[in-house]
Design a protein around this ligand. Structure first.
Ligand code: ATP
Ligand code: MG
Length: 291
């Protein structure tokens, strides 16, 4: 499968959120989208799966503009595991995951659908939760069930919004490794948003790093996860070391916010509060000097 994003633009209000996003993603890969809060990662994914309609540019799947792909067709090709903050289904785990089979459901296919659902639960190590009510589960268990629903759909492209945000370290590793394995074995293009740079670096074939509404850097983890890029995009001082061929980030400190830059990106409220803070410290320094 191939996704080609060309000159993509999107805004919710008059402020542009995505501004000329270009990307070409293909093959059975795990691609991670990295970038700071509010940069437009979830918005980008929503433009790919037609939840949002771009204001400009195009998203093509295998050469076909998504505008021309029907919702039904789309649900067979593209699976989506949303950010899991407030999912709630008054259903058992097995029925929740069964919802993933909906795009494929045909008369008489229940047995094979159930088999796929149970195989997926098994693969994620949660078959013991099958009969539990979804709403009674812990946040990490919820996240695994939603992941199972996405995988049970057997899509050709799987989009995941922070799929491991509620998982403990072991499960973060296991799930990300599994996503990489699924991409390869089932020939799926897996695209996930992540805030865990080290785990993304360890398992991703490709990284898209977003900054100010567009793609700042793209390439292998080694090419994209550099000290310079982390400084420019996240505003952090970090040391990037080589861990068996994979970049590993050791965070040192955040870089103090530059007042002029804040004004440049039109955050008058933040600039105002920083100015007030600076003035306070000038006054307290002066008092100290006079004592
Ligand atoms: N429904 C909406 N209406 C108006 N503005 C929105 C809406 N959804 C998101 N935004 C704004 O669009 C920008 C991008 O949001 P988005 O959710 O894509 O960020 P993100 O990169 O996924 O961030 P995070 O890492 O925090 O999830 C933010 O400034 C956000 O406030
Ligand atoms: Mg988001």
């Amino acid at each position: 499968m191939q996704i080609t994003i060309d000159g993509l633009q999107f805004s919710y209000t008059s402020t542009p959120i995505l501004d000329n996003v270009n990307a070409d993603l293909s093959g059975h890969k795990l691609v991670s989208i990295l970038g700071p809060n509010g940069v437009g990662k979830s918005t980008l994914i929503h433009c790919i799966n037609k939840i949002l309609t771009p204001k400009g540019g195009t998203v093509m799947i295998d050469g076909k503009d998504v505008k021309e792909i029907t919702i039904k067709e789309m649900s067979k090709i593209v699976g989506y595991v949303p950010y899991s903050a407030n999912d709630s289904f008054p259903l058992s785990v097995v029925d929740t995951v069964m919802m993933g089979r909906h795009p494929h459901s045909k008369w008489g296919s229940l047995d094979s659908d159930l088999r796929i659902v149970y195989e997926t639960l098994e693969m994620l190590g949660i078959s013991h939760l099958a009969m539990r009510s979804f709403n009674e589960l812990s946040a990490g268990q919820h996240q695994k069930v939603m992941l199972a629903r996405g995988l049970a759909q057997e899509p050709r492209i799987l989009l995941l919004d922070e799929p491991t945000s509620n998982l403990d370290v072991r499960h973060q590793l296991e799930v990300t490794k599994l996503l990489r394995k699924m991409a390869e074995e089932k020939d799926i293009l897996v695209i996930m948003i992540s805030h865990d740079i080290n785990i993304a670096a360890k398992y991703s074939d490709e990284i898209l790093m977003m900054h100010q509404g567009s793609i700042f850097a793209t390439g292998t983890p080694k090419e994209v996860i550099t000290e310079e890029n982390l400084k420019a995009v996240y505003g952090v001082e970090a040391k990037v070391i080589d861990d068996l061929g994979t970049p590993h980030v050791i965070l040192r400190d955040s870089i103090p916010v530059d007042l002029e830059k804040v004004e440049e990106v039109r955050s008058p409220l933040m600039a105002e509060s920083l100015r007030a803070k600076n003035e306070d410290s000038i006054v307290s320094d002066a008092i100290e000097e006079n004592q």
